[in-house]
Design a protein. Structure first.
Length: 632
């Protein structure tokens, strides 16, 4: 290689080196690139308009902006948040407003509620020693919660207000959070505590016409709420917790309580949305209405997870530049009269039941119990008084049932003779029993129908006691909480379908139920008119239901025990002091002497069915005998 070639190669390398030096990035540009690389790893796919900026709080170890020179911070925030760049960086600070009932703590990070402390209520759970431990009861306190608006910012895509730092301006009973968009433009959220548990909540988009995408009519509010476990009976707390919502001019509805569910409402406007625990709720109410919305509940299959449920609502909020969009928040207990005062069917979030069951609980049982509770002042004694009044009101039905059973008891000698006559021919016994009952004008179903009529009341009470906040953490006798099970005996092990405890109220109910069944069966011979298996089922059913009621609200099991006790008193008293065997026999003979009415359709069908069963039995017996003869 000659000298000219060597000189040429050296000059080429020199020029290339000079080019690299002149075009090398500055320290500020290197820091900017480092920030971009960090942000790009936050979300997939890469979308710098939707990336959450790093916190500026040095204590969290993620302050990427702190490594960037001040001259570059605004450039990076501008690239992430556009007009809201000034609100993209800050330090989280907390503010609170309160009254005698409630304390609401806010964070400037997103300008939303961080937690709600209900001062008059306690969260009560069992510790490892099966003892109650009480702590402050708080709503909306989970760190994973979100309450943020998705703002469609021009040229930047969706900006989440939960990523912005708001300036706070506090007054005596309220606070305003402002996210600055520059040049007098801003997004404002104002909270005003107006009474014990109600907050006026207003938002306003100030001068954002050039910031928000053209043609925007609504802004999406994303509300994610991880419900905390507030009661010791998590099983029933989970059943009675979900998202409720009310479509305008419609009855309130809700997502499934027992499993994960999603509801999409895109045709009717929404008046309110409520995240409901068993005894408390957090509700957002529109002054006018919300638009298309989706509501979702996510239930974890594991019982030992930290959260009760995850509730998520995506709600369309009207976008009205420079106008206030008014709302209200209710953050408190499920008190019927307080919720009803809104006149928005908000009281329907209390799970008293639907249709006729809910109607009975809301307008019969609840007012009656409240009246008794106001007079007596003790919830347990009020349940006892309520039981007495219900049994007294239903006594005409009980009398009719007992009267029918007394007639059947008076015919017991004839039925016993018939059993002796036909031996083991059960179909024949049943047919002849029906003839005797018809001859004497006795309706075997007469003792059952009054019980069937009472069923809606019993089922309504089944829903009433676990739903009424009046029973929450209210003690009575050995029960420490009438809204939960009474753990009179704690077991060192868990029994399937029963649990690790025994409820004394449930045990007393089972004992009285078995005693009542034995007494009733001893007074009349039911085996002549029904399948013998049913006789044993009467004893098996209370034992089977023990496992269910053992973990149910002790208010209900106390009611069941009191009710069965009154049943025994009414039955023994009526049979001993009102009914007379001679009068009953005279009544039966008089009925027998009367001209017989035409058989009813039901009686005719029963008789035909019994005849058919008898024919089948005779046919099988005949075939069996023929088979035996052939073998011989």
């Amino acid at each position: 290689m000659d000298r000219n070639n060597i000189i040429g190669i050296v000059l080429i390398f020199a020029l290339f080196y000079l080019y690299m030096v002149l075009n090398a990035p500055s320290d500020e540009e290197m820091a900017a690139q480092k920030l971009q690389d960090s942000l790009a790893r936050i979300e997939e796919p890469v979308d710098t308009t939707a990336i959450t900026p790093p916190s500026s709080n040095p204590s969290d170890g993620s302050n990427v902006l702190a490594e960037v020179p001040d001259s570059m911070k605004q450039i990076m925030l501008q690239s992430q948040f556009g007009a809201f760049a000034q609100s993209g960086n800050g330090v989280e600070a907390l503010e609170s407003i309160e009254n005698e009932k409630i304390k609401i703590t806010f964070t400037n990070k997103g300008g939303h509620i961080k937690e709600v402390w209900l001062k008059e209520y306690k969260k009560r759970i069992f510790d490892d020693n099966k003892e109650f431990v009480e702590t402050e009861l708080k709503l909306l306190e989970d760190k994973k919660n979100r309450f943020e608006y998705h703002l469609p910012v021009m040229g930047k895509g969706i900006i989440k207000t939960g990523d912005l730092y708001f300036a706070a301006n506090k007054t005596s009973n309220g606070i305003t959070f402002t996210a600055d968009a520059g040049n007098g433009r801003s997004f404002e959220q104002t909270y005003t505590l107006v009474d014990e548990y109600t907050v006026d909540y207003d938002i306003k988009f100030n001068g954002l016409n050039g910031v928000i995408e053209n043609g925007t009519n609504s802004i999406t509010l994303n509300w994610v709420n991880y419900l905390d476990k507030l009661e010791n009976n998590t099983k029933f707390e989970k059943i009675y917790s979900t998202v409720y919502y009310k479509e305008t001019n419609e009855n309130p509805s809700y997502c499934s309580c027992t499993g994960s569910d999603k509801e999409v409402i895109d045709e009717q406007p929404i008046k309110w949305v409520s995240n409901v625990n068993q005894f408390f709720n957090s509700t957002l109410i529109a002054d006018e209405s919300f638009g298309a919305s989706t509501f979702e509940t996510v239930v974890d299959s594991e019982d030992d997870v930290e959260d009760l449920k995850k509730l998520e609502s995506n709600i369309s909020i009207p976008y009205r530049p420079n106008e206030v969009v008014g709302m209200q928040m209710y953050l408190g207990p499920n008190e019927f009269d307080r919720l009803k005062s809104f006149d928005l069917d908000l009281e329907d979030v209390i799970p008293y039941g639907r249709s006729i069951l809910g109607t009975i609980n809301r307008w019969v049982v609840r007012p009656l119990f409240s009246w008794l509770y106001g007079i007596i002042g003790n919830a347990g004694l009020a349940i006892l008084a309520l039981t007495f009044l219900i049994k007294f009101a239903l006594y005409p039905l009980t009398y009719k049932m007992l009267h029918s059973q007394a007639k059947m008891g008076a015919l017991k000698p004839q039925l016993a003779g018939m059993k002796e006559k036909f031996k083991d021919d059960q179909q024949k016994i049943q047919m002849e029993s029906m003839k005797i009952y018809r001859e004497y004008g006795v309706n075997p179903a007469g003792g059952c129908m009054p019980m069937v009529i009472q069923m809606p009341i019993w089922i309504a009470l089944y829903r009433f006691f676990p739903a009424g906040i009046e029973f929450r953490q209210t003690p009575f006798l050995w029960a420490q909480d009438l809204s939960s099970y009474d753990n009179f005996f704690n077991l060192p092990f868990e029994i399937p379908f029963v649990g690790a405890h025994l409820s004394l109220f449930t045990i007393l109910w089972v004992i009285t139920q078995l005693g009542y069944t034995f007494y009733m069966n001893s007074k009349m011979d039911m085996s002549a008119s029904m399948n013998p298996a049913f006789k044993y089922m009467q004893y098996f059913m209370p034992v089977m239901f023990f496992g269910f009621f053992n973990s149910y609200a002790s208010g209900l099991t106390a009611y069941l025990f009191f009710s069965m006790f009154f049943n025994i008193v009414q039955t023994v008293g009526t049979k001993s002091f009102i009914f007379n065997d001679r009068k009953i026999l005279a009544e039966l003979n008089a009925s027998k002497a009367k001209p017989k009415k035409k058989k009813g359709k039901f009686a005719t069908r029963m008789e035909e069915m019994l005849k058919e069963q008898q024919k089948l039995a005779e046919k099988k017996a005949k075939q069996s005998n023929q088979g035996k003869k052939k073998k011989k």
